[in-house]
Ligand binder design. Structure first.
Ligand SMILES: [Cu+2]
Length: 128
């Protein structure tokens, strides 16, 4: 009889423990939801920088970014331009007026660039 009593007691204890754990198990979904904005924040630390091409100039002429950042050159002039590294590390090809070109920066260094159509145009991209 006392064996049966302790068995019942054990069942009640197990039932109680499951009841205690259930909210914790359900809340893992909540924790995953909380983890998502943190991941989004990490992704957004990779910035997008804009360089306007206007009045036959890169504006700003010198830009400092970090590896993983994106640089977007926007041609706001009425003629075509290029963004061409003097060492050929990158080359946009022709960017028509009103168009833009994006580069995801992968290497550190200082990159002088020019426009192959207007070699007097000069810019510098510094990647830290
Ligand atoms: Cu040009």
């Amino acid at each position: 009889m006392s064996d049966w009593f302790s068995f019942k007691h054990l069942l009640v204890s197990i039932g109680f423990m499951v009841a205690m754990w259930l909210p914790a198990l359900l809340s893992t979904e909540g924790q995953a939801a909380v983890a998502r904005p943190a991941g989004a924040a990490a992704a957004s630390s990779r910035r997008v920088h804009i360089v306007a091409i206007k009045d036959m100039k890169y504006q700003p002429p010198t830009l400092t970014v970090e590896v993983g950042d994106t640089v977007e050159w926007k041609n706001e002039d009425i003629v075509s331009h290029t963004v061409t590294s003097v060492t050929k590390a990158f080359d946009s090809g022709t960017i028509k007026r009103g168009h833009s070109w994006k580069l995801v920066v992968k290497k550190r260094g200082t990159f002088d660039y020019t426009c192959t159509l207007h070699p007097n145009m000069k810019g510098v991209l510094i990647v830290r």
